[in-house]
Design a protein around this ligand. Structure first.
Ligand code: ADP
Ligand code: ZN
Length: 310
């Protein structure tokens, strides 16, 4: 069960495809942070990260635990030889990187939590954001890729590897011939709706696509199909959508969520008998309360949980 422990000084690491964010603190309102470019040399960036955490420790006092939320795929099985590794990523230089080991060597005596970036972000919202008090919810990020983490029955979902909801296959809108941008599946959800997919489809970055452009019509339709699938599959009490694309540039975040809500209702066609979907869709599909800080706050939450699990 996920439990929160307040006022513990901990370290947090959010490993992203573009940057590593590090922070030290006890919660969203007490967090010193910095960031380093991810690059293609894991040894260098992990040294920068652990050196910064050590400096912070000298200034602020002993860290009680460290949480790491990372891009994947990851090995999350604590009895596996590759536990704590980034495994089969196509990202240059990062395949089979022992992220947790590098942190453990620098901080051998404190508990270290390790999970996906999106499971971490889900936890951040569970501790301090739009998922407090919920037992079942999903956190989706739509940015350079699409990923989702989730909590079911107050437990983070792991399973065989970890969920890869961003690669679910979704039905095509008739007449849409865009090949999709996923290097594994072409037109999976990520292939249709990530930021780079929007760029390929429209010829412009998501930030600058005009509100009336067809790319937004398709983007919100495919996201609605995916949210409908997630809803049918996991029965979450809420779906939080974060990531850069959800700011929806010139269309605007409010309109983006309104369109997704309406289209999700249309896709489900009244089948799921809950007022949350029928009457309060604007509270069902929501942006993260912690905004772009959901991931790093979630890494801090992972640290707190690692301490509780001792
Ligand atoms: P990352 O996925 O690399 O961690 P982001 O979540 O910021 O980072 O995702 C980057 C993607 O989000 C880019 O494709 C970019 O075009 C898109 N993006 C960033 N800001 C906005 C915005 N305000 N409106 C629409 N799209 C955005
Ligand atoms: Zn895919």
């Amino acid at each position: 069960m996920l439990e929160e422990r307040h006022h513990v000084l901990a370290g947090a690491i959010e490993g992203g495809g573009t940057k590593f964010v590090c922070a030290v603190g006890s919660g969203p309102h007490d967090l010193s942070r910095t960031e380093f470019p991810t690059g293609d040399n894991p040894i260098r960036v992990l040294a920068q990260v652990t050196n910064w955490l050590s400096e912070q420790q000298r200034e602020r006092g002993d860290l009680q635990a460290i949480g790491i939320g990372s891009f994947g795929p990851l090995d999350l099985h604590s009895n596996s030889p590759a536990y704590g590794y980034i495994t089969s990523t196509p990202k240059p230089g990062w395949r089979n990187t022992d992220v947790m080991g590098a942190v453990r060597r620098a901080f051998p005596n404190i508990p270290i939590g390790f999970d996906t970036d999106v499971n971490a972000a889900a936890l951040g919202e569970y501790f301090w954001g739009n998922a407090t008090g919920l037992s079942d919810f999903v956190y989706v990020t739509i940015g350079t890729g699409i990923g989702a983490g989730g909590v079911a029955g107050r437990q983070l979902i792991h399973g065989l590897v970890h969920p890869e909801m961003g690669h679910m296959l979704i039905p095509r809108v008739s007449g849409d011939t865009f090949a999709g941008a996923c290097q594994y599946h072409g037109a999976c959800w990520e292939g249709l709706c990530s930021g780079p997919a929007l760029l390929r489809r429209s010829g412009m970055p998501a930030e600058t696509i005009p509100p009336g452009h067809e790319a937004w019509v398709l983007e919100t339709q495919y996201i609605a199909y995916a949210v409908a699938n997630i809803t049918c599959m996991l029965s979450p009490q809420r779906v939080i959508i974060g990531g850069g694309v959800r700011k929806a540039g010139r269309l605007g975040q409010d309109q983006f969520f309104r369109l997704i809500g309406e289209k999700t209702q249309a896709a489900l066609n009244g089948y799921i008998a809950s007022p949350a979907l029928r009457e309060e869709i604007e509270n069902y599909i929501v942006p993260p309360h912690l905004g772009d800080n959901a991931g790093i706050c979630g890494a801090l939450a992972l640290a707190q949980i690692a301490l509780n699990d001792l």
